[in-house]
Design a protein around this ligand. Structure first.
Ligand code: SF4
Length: 476
């Protein structure tokens, strides 16, 4: 069977936590879920194509042309709640041009299976492991399985056009048993983040999920599983040799949750002498000098820390389970061993006052951080805070959005008296105060490694200044 995956574009929507100029410019990342699915299907003898609309700079017409050239029997789209409206809009367009069944996958399918497949332009949905579900759906479509009714994890429409949600597929995806993502199907030179420095860059997933339960995060109920260190490093070594990858973003929610496993990966990087620059995300309470020194030796350039707030009571209310002191020590030690740091901060926590927001911005400036990102606290399906929005509205915002029953809007935030506009102004003030400090600019200019890095930073700074002058940061 011929299966095409269309990675629909990602751009700012009013309900997002990022400001528009960040949402639209932060990164172009490889569609890892699709690349894993593509590898699995290829392993079973199918032909696949991955069309990454944003990375390839395609419009809808050009995408259809590529699809027509490939002539698929099935088209896969990814449905994530925050961009579900975009994916549905593309599904409608594709369906209007080609009579090919469309299957939806990813996180939106796990949360809203019925709503996604009730869309007129989506024929099937897969919830759960790609190996357990997608490959079985393909077999069914090829006529190798008589009935779809008994395949767990599949969502489909019966002959009366009713949406049937089968039992979920309860197998946890064993990451070690998955083939490596199909990077042959994409142009690896197209991907970057605002903080990346080298190309080609790629993402590497060494673990899935998180064991913590922060109030605002949607990851706490997915469980955690980590890959075998040797397999992780084999994959990276292959990426370096085959695609010339120079930088990798370890895209785990928290690389250091199993610290011994992470250290083994680092030691393997060192032992094999891999020439690679990498970054990862972790919590401030999981690092220590010895681990950081090993990470540095293994090529780690940047660590992204969820710092969230400069006020201890707010951190406690969010069940973040870190202290300001731990943050200070982690960022200073990281800085000390020569690894750059990016801090994530949230504006608009439960009951947060403007004074407390100022404390967060001041804290960001006090720390020796290299980068900072300021988010508006926003609802994410699955996060404890999202329940408050559903109660306030009397319905589930993302479910209605997926069903096409409401338009995109900013969601209510019952936990704060601050308006969306006020939160945007504060987040923007965070960016301005952090990045436009003469001391910060001087330090960054001094440490520039290349002209292209200088050019990229100038573009970002100009965009920020333009946003400030034009008010685009608060645009609807
Ligand atoms: S914010 Fe980070 S530490 Fe907290 S639950 Fe989410 S991924 Fe885990």
């Amino acid at each position: 069977m011929r299966v095409a995956f269309v990675h629909t574009p990602y751009y700012f929507q009013e309900h997002m936590e990022n400001l528009p100029f960040v949402a639209n410019n932060f990164a172009v990342l490889p569609p890892m879920g699709m690349l894993y699915a593509s590898s699995l299907l290829k392993e079973e003898g199918h032909e696949t194509e991955v069309i990454d609309v944003k990375a390839e700079g395609l419009d809808k017409r050009e995408t259809i042309k590529k699809l027509e050239d490939f002539s698929p029997d099935l088209i896969g789209v990814m449905v994530i709640p925050y961009t579900a409206n975009i994916a549905m809009d593309w599904a409608e367009y594709i369906k209007g041009e080609m009579e090919v069944p469309i299957v939806a996958g990813n996180y939106g399918m796990i949360r809203y299976p019925e709503a996604v497949v009730s869309n007129d332009f989506i024929d099937y949905g897969v919830m759960g492991s790609a190996r357990g579900v997608l490959t079985k759906l393909v077999k069914h479509l090829e006529g190798e399985r008589e009935s779809i009714e008994n395949v767990s994890g599949i969502v489909y429409k019966n002959k009366d056009n009713e949406v049937i949600v089968n039992e979920p597929d309860c197998q946890t995806e064993n990451l070690d048993k998955l083939p490596w993502p199909d990077r042959d199907s994409i142009d690896n030179s197209k991907y970057y983040t605002m903080a990346s420095k080298k190309r080609p860059m790629t993402l590497l997933i060494t673990s899935y999920g998180c064991t913590f339960q922060c109030e605002f995060c949607d990851m706490g109920d997915f469980g955690y599983s980590g890959r075998n260190p040797k397999d992780v490093v084999d994959e990276l070594e292959y990426c370096i040799e085959k695609y010339g990858i120079k930088e990798v973003d370890i895209f785990d929610r928290d690389f250091l949750i199993e610290k011994d496993r992470a250290k083994e990966i680092c030691r393997e990087f060192v032992d094999r002498g891999l020439d690679i620059t990498w970054s990862c995300r972790t919590r401030v309470d999981l690092v220590d000098r010895e681990t950081l020194e090993l990470m540095k030796e293994a090529g780690c350039r940047l660590i992204l820390y969820g710092i969230e707030s400069g006020n201890q009571e707010i951190l406690d209310r969010d069940h973040k389970e870190i202290t300001l002191e731990e943050t200070r020590e982690a960022v200073e030690t990281t800085n000390d061993v020569g690894i750059e740091t990016l801090g994530f901060f949230i504006i608009g926590h439960q009951g947060e006052t403007e004074e407390e927001i100022k404390e967060t911005i001041e804290f960001a400036k006090e720390l020796p951080l290299d980068y900072a990102q300021f988010f508006k606290m926003s609802g994410k399906p699955g996060a404890p805070l999202y329940d408050q929005i559903t109660e306030e509205l009397g319905y589930d915002y993302f479910e209605k959005l997926i069903r096409g029953e409401i338009d995109v809007s900013d969601m209510p935030r019952p936990w704060t008296d601050l308006t969306n506009e006020e939160l945007e102004e504060w987040a923007f003030r965070g960016y301005k105060e952090f990045y436009l400090r003469p001391r910060y600019i001087f330090k960054k200019l001094k440490n520039l490694e290349s002209f292209s890095e200088f050019y990229k930073n100038c573009r970002i700074a100009l965009k920020m200044i333009w946003s400030s002058l034009s008010g685009e940061y608060a645009s609807r």
